[in-house]
Write a protein that binds this ligand. Structure first.
Ligand SMILES: NC(=O)C1=CN([C@@H]2O[C@H](COP(=O)(O)OP(=O)(O)OC[C@H]3O[C@@H](n4cnc5c(N)ncnc54)[C@H](OP(=O)(O)O)[C@@H]3O)[C@@H](O)[C@H]2O)C=CC1
Ligand SMILES: CC(=O)[C@@H](O)[C@H](O)COP(=O)(O)O
Ligand SMILES: [Mn+2]
Length: 360
């Protein structure tokens, strides 16, 4: 029986994780639940799953992780606020099933330094796919990682055609039903940029050996190219319950958690290069990833501010990337990477982004 602490339980990842757990009571038991603001939803979940220990907010979630005995912590919180709970899970020796990519991106080496090998199990679909593919070879046999991107709702558009797109259009993801921030990030391709940095930290592969390819069907979730020219990919219909279940009990599979592909009907999978003029986010993410230090945290914080401003109607779609770029350009990273330095860089980046947004 795997005892699970679920952070972000009221969200998209959280509720799908509870579906997996509910369908497999002989394998999983929820021992802790945490949400951001939805106290009613959290209380209902606690009652349904018979959970005594709950938390509201990231600080309380950190306390929960450190105080409740568990085998695995699934971090499904949105945003860099998930960093504290990620660190708490690792320091407490729990397996960390990581959906909250932001904590790894902003924490970078600070997070990987405290994780023992295998302690972080990726839940993000692309990274779960890569982890599954990596079971086919040794680290020295890996030539490159290739992350697939759906391309989002604006795939195929020129940059000029993106100026007036609305938040509602940005939230119409072609293949996945997810929370608001990650869905918006998919529409700007910031999500893929964050995922490149995430892959670098998870798999210790340099940026020049991590590529992105657009695959609109979201069936091939990513691939690993090995030195002999063989590519091993993982494919399944888009359904987060599959990588969530692997995160909860890696590397064991949960029978029936997802539908298999239907090989009896005609279908087509397509792959195309990313249009980096229309969608420059991946290139900028690689630049901040290579710069390291507090740069990825600044990139992410500026994005979080810009996404909120976009949904508030304060800025347009193209201003999201423009805000991120201008904040990153003004940033000077200095000194050792510590939690204090990260917090200060984030505070600075959010303030800089808000100032730019106010002037837009
Ligand atoms: N959804 C998906 O399919 C995928 C998501 N991810 C990643 O997983 C993470 C979660 O995404 P998703 O589930 O879509 O997001 P949602 O917005 O649907 O859910 C976010 C969850 O985080 C909680 N939360 C927000 N702020 C805090 C806080 N300060 N302290 C504690 N809990 C908080 C929310 O609580 P409340 O409801 O109370 O506000 C909610 O439970 C993100 O990092 C995302 O990038 C990765 C791959 C796929
Ligand atoms: C399901 C998942 O892992 C998301 O992060 C997904 O990657 C979003 O899709 P795109 O960013 O490829 O549009
Ligand atoms: Mn993903």
């Amino acid at each position: 029986m795997r005892r699970v602490i679920l952070l972000g339980s009221t969200g998209s990842i959280g509720t799908q994780a509870l579906e997996v757990i509910r369908a497999n009571p002989e394998r999983f038991e929820v021992v802790g639940l945490a949400a951001g603001r939805d106290r009613e939803g959290l209380a209902a979940q606690a009652e349904l799953f018979g959970v005594d220990d709950t938390a509201i907010g990231a600080v309380d979630a950190e306390r929960l992780v450190r105080s409740v005995d568990a085998d695995v912590v699934l971090n499904g919180i949105t945003g860099s606020v998930g960093l504290g709970p990620t660190i708490a899970a690792l320091e407490s020796g729990r397996t960390l099933a990581l959906a909250n990519k932001e904590s790894l991106i902003v924490g970078g080496d600070l997070v990987t330094a405290i994780a023992r090998p295998g302690q972080i199990v990726p839940v993000d679909s692309e990274h779960s796919a890569i982890a599954q593919a990596l079971l086919s070879g040794t680290p020295s046999e890996v030539r490159r990682l290739v992350l697939t991107a759906s391309g989002g709702p604006f795939r195929g558009r020129q940059r000029a055609a993106l100026a007036d797109v609305s938040p509602a259009e940005a939230l119409a993801h072609p293949t996945w039903d997810m929370g608001r921030v990650v869905t918006t990030n998919s529409a700007t391709l910031v999500n893929k940029g964050l995922e490149v940095i995430e892959a670098h930290h998870l798999f210790d592969v340099p940026y020049e050996r991590i590529d992105v390819v657009v695959h609109p069907q979201s069936i091939v979730h990513s691939m690993v190219e090995f030195v002999d020219g063989s590519s091993i990919l993982q494919a399944s219909p888009p359904d987060m319950r599959l990588p969530i279940s692997l995160g909860l009990d890696w590397p064991h599979r949960v029978a029936g958690v997802g539908r298999p592909l239907d090989w009896t009907t005609a279908s087509t999978w397509t792959f195309e290069p990313l249009d980096t003029d229309a969608f420059p986010a991946v290139e900028l993410a690689k630049t901040v990833g290579r710069a390291g230090g507090t740069f990825p945290a600044v990139f992410n914080a500026a994005n979080e501010e810009a996404v909120e401003a976009f949904h508030d109607g304060a800025i347009g779609y193209l201003d999201i990337m423009e805000t991120i770029r201008r904040v990153v350009d003004r940033h000077a990273s200095e000194g050792e990477l510590t939690r204090e330095a990260l917090a200060e860089a984030e505070r600075w980046a959010r303030e800089a982004a808000r100032t730019l947004i106010a002037a837009t």
